[in-house]
Write a protein that binds this ligand. Structure first.
Ligand code: 13P
Length: 253
């Protein structure tokens, strides 16, 4: 079985102006363009995706989009359609980030429609899942993840699930400086791999990359990235600084 290639992706969230973004990617280009052992992506705010992607042509660093609406073209002022992703060079698109779920009220059903829309245009969805602190403390982590997985992948074929990237992002570890422990990550990722096997078969389970996200920093990345069943990272804060992000990329090799 081919070893899964790690994917280190920087989710910039709602940070960076265009000049700042271009400066960041020029620096990144210098620091990580030569890395061959893993996949690297930056996921800027949608307005910046095309110019950032243009700067990264021929570097091996991919670009992604943070969110789309769940339908094709239409009268939805201010929204983006999956149809627009390939034309701006997007390789990845996040669906169901916890900030979208919490702040913008996205349900698992909405997230599922987004995943389907992203797959339909040949782009790779990064499906985010994760429990809140309260859910973990109440012992409901597995139940929450099960529902997010069941509804999030509902109606998808084995082939489609094989094309998804999963990102386990415990909500309590996002932007808090408090990362999940290696044991917690290993437990959840192992459970997710098993869940995938039970529902979509062993070869799909082996194929799907499961990223960890939540306060990944240069000083904890090596340990987290070498934990069993961890196939990369979805990095928030530390991806806004080229040197930090580059260090995380290198620690994953
Ligand atoms: P932080 O790395 O800032 O905790 O953010 C994680 C995240 O939400 C990535 O999608």
């Amino acid at each position: 079985m081919e070893k899964r290639r790690k994917l280190i992706a920087g989710n910039w969230k709602m940070y960076k102006t265009l000049p700042q973004a271009l400066e960041l990617v020029m620096e990144l280009k210098r620091l990580v363009a030569m890395v061959r052992g893993c996949d690297v992506a930056v996921i800027p705010p949608a307005l910046l995706v095309e110019p950032v992607g243009r700067k990264l042509t021929d570097t091996g660093i991919a670009v992604g989009v943070q969110n789309i609406h769940d339908v094709g073209f239409g009268a939805f002022t201010g929204e983006l359609s999956a149809e627009m992703l390939p034309g701006v060079g997007a390789t990845y698109c996040i669906a169901g980030h916890s900030e979208r779920r919490k702040i913008f009220g996205e349900s698992d059903e909405v997230v599922n429609r987004k995943v389907k829309a992203i797959l339909s245009v040949g782009v790779t969805p990064i499906l985010c899942i994760g429990e809140t602190l309260q859910e973990r403390e109440e012992g409901r982590t597995t139940a929450v993840l099960r529902k997010q997985m069941e509804v999030g992948t509902s109606g998808l074929s084995e082939e489609q699930v094989g094309r998804i990237v999963l990102a386990y992002e415990p909500v309590w570890a996002i932007g808090t400086g408090r990362n999940a422990t290696v044991e917690q990550v290993a437990e959840v990722h192992g459970w997710l791999r098993e869940w995938l096997g039970d529902h979509f078969g062993g070869s799909v389970a082996e194929q799907v990359r499961i990223q960890y996200g939540g306060s990944v920093k240069p000083d904890n990345a090596a340990q987290l990235m070498h934990t069993k069943n961890v196939d990369g990272a979805l990095v928030g804060g530390a991806s806004l600084d080229a040197a930090s992000f580059a260090q995380i990329v290198k620690s994953s090799l």
